[in-house]
Design a protein around this ligand. Structure first.
Ligand SMILES: C[S@@+](CC[C@H](N)C(=O)[O-])C[C@H]1O[C@@H](n2cnc3c(N)ncnc32)[C@H](O)[C@@H]1O
Length: 220
């Protein structure tokens, strides 16, 4: 499967998400909300856990994480101050709950080794340059506790013929999708030392997504 070339730097990504923040939630409701349901299901949050969402965007999934983990520690990071501002508004209602939203970069997480029980990352890998995938997987492995889990959703190639439409859009009109394109992150996770526990393909209004749950092996 062809992996489309992307070279987005952090400043371009910030500009891109400043432009789309006003309609992002509507887009995600139509194309990504089904994947988000599986992500929450696979994360199997028990409360009292330390949970990190990398690229939390406008906080749609982070809100659910905080709801399920009110006695734990919840950290949401994103590159875009504009997406974070919207997330802050959404999360305002949570009083006396330990949550934190801050700017951060998936490529260099400002977190200790082995500090996170569950790491969640939705629809970010698909806009990253391919030569950063290994680095991201290594960062995810570094911060996750032994036996901790990561749950990741991405724009995928899909299994149905109709899903190919989105590959075509990503190839022909990359800016329409802020640079996102179909990817597979599974091999990078395995290479870094994760064990894949779930690997699922879904489609919502023809838009294809992949959801992966993986665990950090205890000996790492
Ligand atoms: C397609 S949006 C997904 C937002 C959210 N995860 C969701 O599913 O609604 C991609 C998000 O990734 C963020 N992002 C892109 N590159 C990033 C990086 N290197 N580190 C952290 N966040 C990043 C963008 O700012 C944007 O908010």
């Amino acid at each position: 499967m062809e992996l489309l070339n992307r070279k987005l730097d952090t400043e371009t990504t910030k500009i891109n998400y400043k432009k789309v923040v006003w309609f992002y939630d509507f887009w995600s409701l139509l194309t990504e909300s089904k994947a988000a349901k599986y992500v929450i299901k696979f994360a199997d949050i028990k409360d009292n856990e330390t949970i990190l969402e990398v690229a939390c965007g406008t906080g749609v999934v982070f809100e659910q994480i905080v709801n399920l983990n009110p006695n734990g520690k919840n950290i949401g990071i994103d590159l875009s101050p504009d997406m974070l501002k919207k997330a802050e508004k959404r999360l305002k209602k949570f009083k006396n709950i330990d949550y934190e939203l801050k700017e951060g970069n998936a490529l260099k997480l400002d977190l200790d080794n082995n500090s996170i029980d569950i790491l969640i990352n939705n629809f970010m890998i698909d806009l990253m340059p391919a030569d950063t995938f290994d680095k991201i997987a290594e960062e995810f492995l570094r911060v996750t506790k032994p036996n901790g889990k990561v749950v990741i959703s991405t724009f995928s190639y899909g299994k149905k013929k109709i899903n190919k439409f989105w590959f075509w859009v990503a190839k022909r009109f990359p800016d329409l999708l802020t640079g996102c394109r179909p990817v597979s992150f599974k091999e990078n996770l395995i290479k870094s030392g994760f064990k894949i526990e779930k690997d699922m393909e879904i489609s919502q209004n023809t838009f294809p997504s992949g959801i992966i749950k993986a665990r950090k092996m205890a000996r790492k």
